[in-house]
Ligand binder design. Structure first.
Ligand SMILES: C[S@@+](CC[C@H](N)C(=O)[O-])C[C@H]1O[C@@H](n2cnc3c(N)ncnc32)[C@H](O)[C@@H]1O
Length: 213
């Protein structure tokens, strides 16, 4: 029994590597020197959904490792802007980005973000965070919604009026109630499944435009 489940796990891993190696977005990311294929999800959303990033904007990137979103955001805000990224994992430095290694979902992580912001209001919050998958669909879904709720709470504290938010989420238990709460703080909301997001994944992105208290 143990052996058969082990070989099932091994088969799953090898199928993942096969899919990864053949993925056109992975190949393109390598060719263009991006830190990950996730870069294309962000650029597609920014460009196709008119999410304009002003030079000198203040942006917080939640769950930023290995850093492809932060690299792109730093390019767009320019030297007068501020990009702050936080992740559980360590990252190679990125020019123009203040990196924090820590847990966003902890008082210490929140404190470090507040310190990095130094009282500046935020123009855009982006989150590509996902919980570590336990394999239990309901547990993973509830953890995802928990991260989404924390992200919304953070945005309500730091976004300027008129600011925007983009966050990854999963469709499932707790999503409808979360979306209603999310919708009460933004003038326009949209669900987006970028082409670079694997069809087999239940992830998609919630875009909230024009924050209001
Ligand atoms: C899909 S990756 C992000 C990829 C990134 N957008 C990029 O372009 O390189 C998701 C990240 O979320 C991070 N993460 C998950 N939960 C977190 C938490 N509570 N605090 C900080 N980072 C978290 C993970 O460590 C992981 O690196």
């Amino acid at each position: 029994m143990a052996q058969s489940s082990k070989s099932r796990a091994a088969r799953k891993t090898s199928a993942w590597f096969q899919r990864h190696a053949n993925d056109p977005h992975v190949k393109r990311a390598r060719k263009e020197g991006k830190r990950s294929r996730a870069a294309f999800k962000l650029t597609e959303i920014l460009d196709q959904h008119a999410l304009v990033i002003k030079k000198n904007a203040v942006i917080v990137d939640l769950g930023c490792a290995p850093g492809s979103w932060s690299v792109e955001l730093a390019k767009r805000v320019g030297p007068d802007g501020l990009v702050i990224g936080i992740d559980l994992l360590p990252l190679e430095p990125i020019t123009g980005v203040t990196l924090i290694q820590g847990d966003f979902d902890s008082p210490e992580g929140q404190q470090k973000l507040a310190e990095a912001l130094q009282g500046r209001a935020v123009d855009l919050v982006v989150s590509d965070m996902a919980p570590e998958m336990s394999g239990n669909k309901l547990v993973d879904q509830m953890r995802m919604i928990g991260l989404n709720e924390m992200t919304l709470h953070f945005a309500r504290q730091y976004l300027r009026n008129g600011g925007d938010i983009l966050m990854k989420t999963f469709m499932g238990e707790g999503y409808d109630a979360f979306r209603r709460d999310f919708g009460s703080s933004f003038q326009k909301i949209k669900n987006i499944k970028p082409a670079a997001s694997r069809k087999s994944s239940s992830e998609f992105f919630l875009l909230g435009k024009s924050f209001h208290q």
